[in-house]
Design a protein around this ligand. Structure first.
Ligand code: ZN
Length: 311
């Protein structure tokens, strides 16, 4: 596809996303629930093309962050979300492209003035990860408390380890439900559904095509689904010495765009947002490729995610 038409293609996605945003805002009188894609690339390798896997849902000026890939704090800043509004953190599974900046996000939000409670949710060993992170950084934390007069950080953070599907939490803004998805050997791996007063948003995490995810996403307004493009996996894994086992792993526990479309269609969601692209930066795998795959199965609105896109 020539570059110009690709560019137009991209513009039409963005315009479609903007249209959705406007219609949601018009429907409710109050502040609407915003979903911002913070990082849309799959895999832990830092890259130019996209930041590590992360999303934020902002409701009534409270930030609910889902996954903390590399760069999540800076992406929040670039998205215009004040770090002091961080309220909840959800980790889908314990892979470094989803948790590398978990501790850093909380620590740097605190260093930016956060002085209120933060609850974190995710699979074990979230408790130990949190405790050890604060221990590792005790020197800085203690110094800033005594020297800069900050509130103690550790008592602000409340960790909740999740081991099974079901209701996670609810507050005045939102109810959150988890489903177990298929990402073995990383177990448990969760998808999360957020039901707010004006819309429902589901984040798939990493998974092979999952019937649990179909059930969780039933009738949702937005499903953010991770995707891979199988024909490009050979090129992707050629960078590393463990190519054969990495390829087998990716093919076994990720979902093609076509299958993501199938999941979205079966669940009856209104909008499918493709994200966590594997490969994340292969110039031959264009937005049109991702779109075509999903379109073969899904008749609703499809958005090919980009970093900092507001949905
Ligand atoms: Zn993963």
């Amino acid at each position: 596809m020539p570059h110009d038409s690709l560019h137009l293609c991209r513009r039409s996605f963005l315009m479609r996303a903007a249209t959705i945003a406007v219609s949601v805002r018009a429907a409710g009188g109050q502040a609407r629930t915003r979903l911002i894609l913070l990082g849309t690339g799959g895999g832990p390798r830092p890259r130019k093309a996209s930041s590590g896997s992360a999303q934020v849902i902002v409701i009534n000026n409270a930030a609910y962050v889902i996954d903390c890939g590399d760069g999540v704090a800076r992406q929040l800043v670039l998205a215009g979300v004040a770090l002091t509004t961080l309220r909840h953190v959800f980790i889908t599974h314990q892979h470094s492209d989803h948790n590398a900046d978990y501790g850093n996000l909380i620590w740097l939000a605190w260093a930016s003035g956060l002085s209120t409670r933060v609850d974190t949710w995710g699979p074990p060993p979230l408790e130990a990860m949190t405790r050890l992170f604060f221990k590792m950084n005790a020197y800085d934390i203690t110094t800033r408390i005594s020297n800069e007069g900050r509130v103690p950080l550790v008592p602000l953070v409340h960790v909740h380890e999740l081991r099974q599907a079901g209701p996670v939490m609810s507050d005045a803004n939102v109810s959150v439900t988890a489903a177990l998805v298929d990402h073995a050997p990383v177990v448990p791996a969760f998808a999360y559904r957020f039901d707010a007063s004006d819309r429902s948003i589901v984040i798939s995490g990493d998974t092979a095509p999952s019937q649990n995810l179909v059930k969780l996403a039933r009738g949702a307004d937005v499903l953010v689904h991770s995707v891979m493009y199988p024909p490009a996996i050979d090129t992707l894994v050629a960078r590393v010495p463990n190519a054969a086992s990495l390829k087998a792993s990716i093919l076994a526990h990720q979902t093609s765009a076509e299958d993501a479309g199938r999941v979205a269609q079966e669940a009856g969601v209104k909008t499918l947002v493709l994200s966590h692209f594997v490969p994340p930066d292969d110039p031959d795998v264009t937005e049109a490729v991702w779109l075509e795959g999903a379109r073969r199965q899904f008749r609703g609105t499809i958005i090919v995610g980009t970093d900092l896109l507001v949905v």
